[in-house]
Design a protein around this ligand. Structure first.
Ligand SMILES: [Zn+2]
Length: 433
């Protein structure tokens, strides 16, 4: 099977380490001289660019977190002047303040190349017609995938989200051969195709899915229902967007585009490097970014790494399917949700006790969210109608806060379990193995 950039994707691990070391030195020097925030951060721990001589010095560098992006909102971590920034993307954060990222023309070119490499891994090339059904807009999914498809020379159909009927009509009429979207949406599409009896009238051979946690079982379900090869693509806007890593036909982990993004797996407790194969937090250092380079960015995603060669011929490291996150962020139907957002919304309301529980489950491949809320005794002596009214009001307030519909269940005082020490507000019954 074709490899898009053999020179970079199949180099020996030794050659790759040398390249990564060189690029790391350059990137550190670049942020030190162009981002005041980073310069101060390095000075605080007594570091100068010259102290980083290669990969062996990586651990000396301080971590970057989402808080750093929030503290410097909107453009404080940009290393390139505004005149060089050709695009902005943003994702939602805990406090409503967005995380903003900027790209130079070269950043966009590299991003496109990374997505093209991923598509090639999935057997998609210039003869394919690819429907991109990620959201287009501030979210990196739509445009990120779009540019990669064009760069591969394939035909892109920019569907975006929201109109399944039109998507299916065009899938049939255009003889679309590949689709990129969230896995839960693709299963919804598959079910709609089954119901209409059109499941055998489509020509899809590849589905490239990501942007939300999903299971190996879901991947196989998609393959069976749609008779396609289904692949897992990973990315995060802080580092680039989709295409940071992607599955290959052997499905033994996601190949990281290591000449551009340096991965580390660190212990959740000590934040020190742990051996390959062990579960820890994924950390990325960008190696070629110009717009907003990030040093040792903590993704909070939990995974393990495998640097042994893959059967597909690529030598790049592979990260395992994600096992969850090391903070309390939930990814629900592709949307990032922090329990603190729900808590803040509840606290604004009268008669609500400070006890609540978010119960997340997955029914028919869709995330369901129930928020159990303790309310004052007096509500239960009122008419049922009043209770229903309050339920609707709370559902409305939470929907405004997180942008997702939830089911609210009111419970009497002291019903919900009280945890010792750190209170537990989330029960996640979804399985991501
Ligand atoms: Zn492979």
């Amino acid at each position: 099977m074709k490899i898009w950039n053999e020179a970079k994707e199949c180099m020996s691990r030794d050659e790759l380490s040398v390249l990564q070391g060189e690029r790391l030195k350059k990137q550190v020097n670049y942020v030190y001289h162009n981002v005041e925030y980073y310069r101060k951060k390095m000075q605080k721990v007594g570091l100068e660019p010259g102290d980083i001589r290669g990969l062996e010095d990586l651990e000396k560098l301080p971590f970057t977190t989402k808080d750093d992006l929030r503290d410097t909102y909107p453009f404080g971590l940009f290393a390139a002047p505004q005149s060089e920034i050709v695009r902005i993307h943003a994702s939602s954060g805990t406090t409503g303040k967005a995380t903003v990222v900027g790209y130079t023309r070269r950043d966009i070119e590299i991003w496109s190349e990374c997505v093209t490499r991923a598509l090639t891994q999935c057997g998609v090339g210039k003869n394919d017609i690819v429907q991109v059904a990620y959201g287009y807009g501030l979210f990196t999914g739509g445009l990120g995938a779009h540019y990669g498809v064009e760069n591969a020379g394939a035909t892109v159909v920019p569907m975006s989200t929201g109109n399944t009927k039109k998507l299916i009509t065009m899938m049939k009429d255009f003889n679309a051969t590949a689709i990129m979207c969230t896995p839960s949406y693709l299963l919804h599409i598959a079910e709609t195709l089954e119901e209409s009896g059109d499941i055998n009238n489509i020509k899809l051979h590849a589905a490239i899915c990501g942007a939300e946690p999903w299971t190996e079982k879901m991947r196989q379900q998609i393959e069976e229902k749609l008779h396609v090869n289904c692949f897992d693509i990973y990315g995060l806007s802080e580092i680039m967007g989709p295409g940071v890593a992607c599955d290959c036909i052997y499905h033994k982990g996601l190949h990281v585009q290591e000449d551009h993004f340096l991965p580390e797996i660190v212990s959740r407790d000590t934040l020190k490097a742990i051996p390959d194969g062990e579960l820890g937090e994924l950390v990325f250092t960008t190696l070629t970014k110009e717009g907003i380079p990030l040093i040792r960015y903590r993704t909070k995603d939990l995974t393990s790494i495998d640097r042994t060669p893959c059967e597909c011929g690529r030598t790049t490291a592979r990260i395992a399917r994600f096992k969850g996150r090391s903070d309390d962020m939930l990814v629900l139907r592709g949307v990032n949700v922090f329990p603190s957002q729900i808590e803040a919304a509840l606290l604004e309301m009268d008669g609500i006790l400070p006890h609540y529980m978010i119960v997340v489950d997955r029914v028919n491949n869709l995330d369901t969210i129930e928020v159990q809320v303790e309310v004052e005794e007096r509500f239960f002596s009122d008419e049922i109608k009043e209770l229903e009214k309050l339920t609707k009001r709370i559902e409305g307030v939470i929907k405004t806060a997180i942008g997702l519909a939830v089911k609210v269940k009111l419970v009497e005082p002291k019903t919900l379990a009280r945890a010792e020490g750190k209170s537990v507000h989330v029960v996640d019954n979804r399985v991501f193995d």
